[in-house]
Design a protein around this ligand. Structure first.
Ligand code: DLL
Length: 423
């Protein structure tokens, strides 16, 4: 499609989508009315900037299904990702949304070089996380042979990869490196694997990390991006040129804004990525603020695709961390600590990457009344905190209790996280 054709397609779909959300989602009708906007004011993509933004907080305020634009009987699947505190962000799909999702993932896989003769080893988690099932149906759509291994159990992953002749590995980039290390330590050698491509995403990774994965696995490592709110994996992906990720912009229109002034930035400037979904039925979103920082490039690509490219995402405009592919807001830890009498919400999180696996260590102040000399009591408390965090957030954490008032107080914004990961 030429840029003009793309804009015409986006305009048509945007007009239709604004009409739908105005009539079916009270949240958007109220927001538009507050801005004095009617659906007929939106005549093309040029009017996008007049529409209101949507944030993760808006999804939280309408937890779980408040922003859905169709009756629940039309929703055939639900997924969820981390919210900023106790409750997850919930997303819903109609049958047509699932078809759209498979389509965009299929395009991403094709641009990354996958085809029907491939054996797709999917080691993203299956479940509420969108990684596993998202990659799954897109891979089936291109006719590849899908192995739904899901995450964990590294030895078994390697064995299946060898025995089933996996040619494509889909997982987080840090897990790909972890697997490479395990493969190198194993008796079985690289020639026993048929791997040729990796489809890596769900967390930020650098060009250095790409080089390392490519050298150790001897594969081409491709970046795939997405977020649950927009659809899941499949929002954008690299092509063989590996110079930016092509956005499936006939479904999701990207914009770059200044995260402070919220103004749209000029082409090529770095800022916060915002998406408007224009074909989704279950949870259509106007100008969703991803908090991811990147730039957009409309120049034609060597591969011949005309879809706009976004640069690899390396940072965020909020404090969200991604630990072993799981999104974590420090505020989630805080709410667990606040619910316990024995602890204070004074804490420090140390994040490290040891042997390519992310680790979390939590230093937390214990209330004077509970801080005592009996080691067995302190051990019990450590276990309790660990358990409470693991059961609400789903991440294992090493807990270290410290005496009251030993964590440095800050006069401004408290420093809660010390991220020592190199990549
Ligand atoms: O991580 C969807 C996904 C699954 C993408 C599998 C790719 C592969 P969420 O759990 O909602 O969805 O997390 C979305 O993860 O806003 C980014 O901050 C980050 N992220 C996702 N892909 C990339 C990537 C999935 N390729 C959040 N590079 C997003 C950098 C990424 N960050």
């Amino acid at each position: 499609m030429s840029r003009d054709e793309m804009r015409a397609c986006q305009s048509r779909r945007l007009i239709d989508m604004v009409e739908r959300v105005y009539h079916n989602v009270p949240f958007y009708r109220n927001k538009m009315q507050a801005l004095g906007l009617h659906p007929e004011d939106i005549r093309s993509v040029d009017d996008l900037k007049r529409l209101p933004f949507t944030t993760k907080q808006d999804l939280r305020d309408s937890y779980p299904f408040g922003l859905f634009a169709v009756p629940q009987s039309e929703i055939v699947r639900v997924h969820a990702s981390s919210g900023t505190t106790g409750k997850p962000t919930v997303v819903g799909y109609t049958r047509r949304d699932l078809a759209t999702w498979s389509e965009v993932v299929a395009r991403c896989l094709t641009s990354a070089g996958a085809h029907k003769h491939d054996v797709m080893h999917i080691a993203y988690g299956y479940g509420l996380f969108t990684g596993g099932l998202g990659l799954h149906y897109g891979s089936e759509k291109i006719g590849a042979t899908v192995i739904p291994v899901s995450g964990g159990n590294t030895k078994r992953q390697l064995q299946i990869m060898r025995d089933f002749g996996s040619t494509i590995l889909a997982c987080t980039p840090s897990y790909a490196l972890y697997l490479a290390e395990a493969m190198e330590e194993d008796e079985a050698k690289r020639d026993e694997y048929k791997l040729r491509v990796g489809i890596f995403g769900a967390e930020p990774w650098t060009e250095n990390m790409r080089r390392e994965i490519e050298e150790r696995w001897k594969i081409k490592a491709m970046d795939i991006f997405g977020l649950s709110e927009v659809i899941g994996p499949g929002v954008s992906c690299e092509c063989e040129a590996q110079s930016g990720l092509h956005v499936q912009e006939d479904h999701f229109i990207p914009e770059i804004i200044d995260p402070v002034t919220l103004e749209v930035m000029p082409e090529g400037a770095e800022g916060e990525l915002v998406f408007t979904t224009i074909t989704k039925e279950g949870l259509p979103l106007l100008r969703y603020r991803t908090r991811d920082l990147t730039t957009l490039n409309y120049a034609p690509c060597k591969c011949g695709r005309t879809l706009v490219r976004m640069q690899k995402c390396t940072g965020r405009s909020d404090d969200m961390l991604i630990i072993r592919g799981v999104n974590l807001f420090p505020s989630q830890i805080e709410s667990v600590l606040l619910e316990m009498d024995e602890t204070h919400p004074h804490y420090l999180l140390y994040v490290d990457r040891i042997n390519n696996l992310d680790t979390l260590q939590l230093h937390v102040e214990v209330d004077a009344q509970f801080f005592q000399d009996r080691i067995s009591e302190l051990q019990k408390l450590t276990k309790k905190i660990q358990h409470n965090i693991e059961s609400t957030i789903g991440l294992s954490v090493d807990v270290k209790l410290v005496e009251p008032k030993t964590i440095e107080r800050s006069e401004g914004k408290a420093r809660r996280v010390i991220d020592r990961r190199k990549y």
